[in-house]
Ligand binder design. Structure first.
Ligand code: KG4
Ligand code: ZN
Length: 379
């Protein structure tokens, strides 16, 4: 089955063509996965401006489709199904993708299916390590940590298609916290990859450099809270962490103005600050997820969403799963390849395949009129 996936829920325009087969153990081949990023449009604002994002989607979606078809060497008549994200996300952005996909379905006379963006993120993890590989048989129950710029949720996956949110953020998402902290530090947008690169200067450096930073850290008291880490629930809160960064910066500026004297290059506390922001977020995410994994006796742990592209988070997750403190028996750890962590059309096409396999009627009939964009769609 050849599936076209369309994704426009936030600031990435994604169009992909995949080949899918099998039911119990689906095999996916990603024939093309075109993503047009709008980072340049939103960077000056330090966050996504929904109407500007919708305008860019409108401009980019047709060229993305043409490239996706060309790279996949697939003609429209070979497409068996169109899968499109209908929520959750920014409504002006969702409307572009949904209406575009519906127009294609009408013009090409193809079945169309609506896909929940968050299910797309979960399914991306089933693609294993390579972009052209068979998916793995699902070992449930699983707990999925979905961490993106708009969401931070812990989802109990009883089976593919059967989801229950067991915890979520009460305010900011983890990605949003990375983005806002980077804005406070005047580092640019999106904050996640920038903070990760700054932190890597310490984490990947030789031990003398790490020690220098350790001394610096204790001198300037760079320590941030781990919000809600010890609360006996699976909810998160990241807005307090962002405020803590704000106050820490104010305090440092007042006590040590020389740190901000750009002519003095011998002391640079930015990598240390980034390391602490990143570690505070990682500590909360891992602890909550592994406590849930223990309570629900899961067989699989899934990490997905834009923040899952974070190298340190992936590495520490892998390590902590084996930490005897959590008493988790042999558990499969699934995380998508980095290019499938951030928004893309391939994950939507794959989720569309699972959806039609479990409910063939969804991909048939007069679904055109039933498909509607929904900014607050729940998984
Ligand atoms: O899933 P995604 O592409 O879009 C949404 O659905 O929101 O996630 C985007 C988020 C942004 O907040 C970005 O800062 C974060 O993912 N992100 C990262 C990394 N790459 C992207 N956060 C931490 N480390 C990264 N390497
Ligand atoms: Zn996303």
């Amino acid at each position: 089955m050849i599936i076209l996936g369309v994704e426009t829920s936030c600031y990435d325009t994604g169009v992909a063509v995949i080949k899918a087969s099998g039911k119990q153990k689906p095999a996916f081949e990603i024939l093309s996965n075109v993503v047009s990023s709008q980072i340049k449009t939103h960077a000056p604002f330090g966050g996504v401006v929904p109407n500007l994002a919708a305008r860019d989607h409108l401009k980019n979606i047709e060229p993305c489709l043409k490239t996706a078809l060309r790279e996949a060497k697939v003609e429209p008549k070979k497409i068996d199904l169109i899968a499109v994200t209908n929520g959750p996300g920014l409504i002006p952005c969702l409307l572009v993708g949904v209406n575009f996909a519906k127009a294609l379905a009408y013009a090409w006379k193809k079945p169309i299916i609506a896909v929940n963006h968050l299910e797309g993120h979960i399914i991306a993890a089933f693609n294993g390590k390579f972009s052209r590989v068979a998916g793995s048989r699902f070992a449930g129950p699983a707990v999925a940590l979905l961490v993106s710029g708009g969401h931070t949720q812990l989802v109990l996956v009883k089976n593919i298609g059967n989801y229950k949110i067991i915890g979520e953020t009460r305010d900011d998402a983890a990605g949003e916290c990375f983005d806002k902290a980077a804005k406070l530090l005047e580092l640019g947008y999106p904050g996640g990859p920038i903070i990760a690169t700054q932190a890597a200067q310490i984490l990947n450096s030789k031990s003398e450099i790490r020690n220098k930073f350790k001394i610096q850290n204790s001198k300037f008291k760079i320590k941030l809270p781990r919000p809600m880490i010890n609360q006996k629930n699976y909810d998160f809160s990241f807005s307090g962490l962002k405020t803590a960064v704000l106050y820490l910066l104010k305090d440092l500026k007042q006590k040590y103005p020389f740190l901000y004297d750009r002519t003095k290059k011998d002391i640079n506390i930015i990598p240390e600050l980034c390391c602490e922001v990143q570690q505070a977020i990682i500590d909360v995410l891992i602890n909550k997820t592994l406590c849930a994994a223990k309570e629900y006796k899961v067989k699989t742990i899934i990490l997905s969403g834009g923040v899952a592209a974070n190298e340190e988070l992936r590495k520490q997750f892998q390590k902590q799963i084996q930490n005897t403190k959590y008493q988790i028996p042999a558990t499969k750890f699934l995380v998508p390849p980095r290019n499938l962590c951030t928004d893309n059309g391939a994950m939507i096409a794959m989720a569309g395949y699972f959806a039609v396999k479990r409910d063939p009627d969804r991909g048939r009939g007069n679904s055109l009129s039933k498909i509607k964009a929904d900014a607050n769609l729940r998984i």
